[in-house]
Design a binder for this molecule. Structure first.
Ligand SMILES: Nc1ncnc2c1ncn2[C@@H]1O[C@H](COP(=O)(O)OP(=O)(O)O)[C@@H](O)[C@H]1O
Ligand SMILES: N[C@@H](CCC(=O)OP(=O)(O)O)C(=O)O
Length: 375
């Protein structure tokens, strides 16, 4: 389902430190401030989705822990308490303004499966089109470390891409991206980022609070996903008055991440492959073929392949590498790994008298996206 492009769609990510007090309790005052700003946008006709952290931070004290627990089962138990408290408060406050909030809890595997990805997209689209404010968080209570998004920064960017948002607003406890340690008076706020270069990545450090998890590194990963999907993004301080409303109107103090319209703008299939799919194997290209595959985007035939790694079925997503193991992108295979191995190993097959019919017209893969996020 494609939403009405005239309807401005905004995804707002709110970090734990912006929703809870330093004593590990949900802060109703902080929530009220943010909800009032979301209501201003709703009243202007915007569709708004919140990606809200804070389940663990709002729940650990009630679980009987004095600080944010380190053990996974305790964090999951804390999230089970805190998520309920968060939703109770969000629902009550939005209802007092005449709006309905809904809860969507996701795990990485929900988005790694294309059918479930499309299903999540359809559900959220219905909610947004009907004026509901979906509140998304990771399904912390059941997600094991291997299945985690890791943090809500990248989750928010994946959700923004999923719903074709116009803007992603990330609110934190800092005014934006600084060119050094934000606590140092020598560091300056970077107001616009047009490209996430190595220099930008190098200034991003870890979290500065006792409840935040990703720090600036995971926010930069999130902005990469947003920019590659053609979505403008903003990073600013949650406590500044009217920050959400002003960021949407490009008036807020903070860092604006502006995607270049000429550069990458992945379609839905490419976005799913690049950010959510999870490759199941690898095709190593012969170096002599790499240039044409990248620049002219020609199909990949058995004779182009130096090695096949992993065991996968037809239609799996695979990483495409050169002989030095440098990734050139991702693609979807037309045949299983065993079939491609046999076909690409034709010389040794011939030598052993074990000739295998190759239809040279059958390409085995296509470079679907050069962007691949190792997130
Ligand atoms: N270059 C930087 N610019 C701004 N903040 C940075 C930078 N490098 C690291 N940080 C840290 O990232 C923190 C925000 O991330 P995090 O603690 O995960 O917050 P949240 O809970 O809002 O997601 C800031 O408070 C700051 O200490
Ligand atoms: N899903 C977790 C939050 C994980 C997370 O990314 O937290 P934060 O760095 O505060 O945005 C929770 O609700 O506690």
């Amino acid at each position: 389902m494609i939403h009405d492009k005239e309807n401005k769609r905004v995804v707002v990510k709110i970090g734990s430190s912006s929703l809870t007090s330093s004593q590990g309790e949900l802060s109703r005052r902080k929530l009220e401030k943010l909800i009032n700003e979301v209501v201003l946008l709703k009243d202007e006709g915007y569709e708004v989705l919140l990606v809200s952290s804070g389940a663990v931070a709002a729940g650990y004290r009630k679980l009987g822990c004095l600080t944010r627990p380190d053990s996974l089962p305790e964090r999951q138990a804390a999230a089970s308490i805190g998520q309920g408290l968060l939703m109770e408060t969000y629902s009550e406050l939005f209802v007092s303004h005449g709006y309905i909030a809904s809860q969507i809890l996701l795990t990485r595997s929900d988005l790694a499966n294309e059918e479930r990805y499309n299903n999540a997209q359809n559900t959220i689209n219905v909610l947004l089109e009907r004026g509901v404010i979906p509140i998304v968080n990771e399904n912390d209570s059941v997600t094991t470390d291997e299945l985690k998004f890791g943090d809500n920064d990248t989750l928010s960017a994946k959700v923004a891409a999923l719903v074709d948002a116009h803007q992603l607003i990330v609110l934190s406890d800092v005014d934006g991206l600084y060119d050094g340690d934000p606590k140092s008076s020598d560091s300056k706020l970077i107001e616009h980022v047009y490209d996430i270069t190595e220099e930008i990545e190098s200034v991003a450090g870890g979290s500065g609070s006792s409840v935040g998890t990703g720090g600036m590194k995971s926010k930069i990963d999130a902005f990469k996903i947003a920019m590659a999907s053609g979505i403008s993004a903003f990073l600013g301080r949650a406590t500044v008055s009217n920050i959400i409303y002003d960021a949407v109107h490009l008036q807020a103090r903070g860092t604006y991440f502006d995607p270049n319209p000429e550069s990458l703008n992945l379609d839905k299939k490419q976005q799913w492959i690049a950010f959510n799919s999870g490759p199941e194997g690898e095709l190593v290209l012969k170096n002599s073929r790499v240039g044409e595959v990248i620049e002219e985007e020609v199909h990949i035939y058995p004779a182009d392949i130096e090695a096949v790694r992993g065991s996968f079925e037809k239609e799996a997503v695979v990483r495409i590498l050169d002989e030095a193991n440098v990734e050139v992108g991702l693609g979807v295979v037309n045949f299983s790994s065993s079939m491609i191995k046999q076909w690409s190993d034709v010389d040794s097959n011939l030598k052993s008298g074990n000739e295998i019919a190759i239809d040279k017209e059958q390409f085995v893969c296509h470079l679907t996206t050069k962007v691949s996020m190792k997130l």
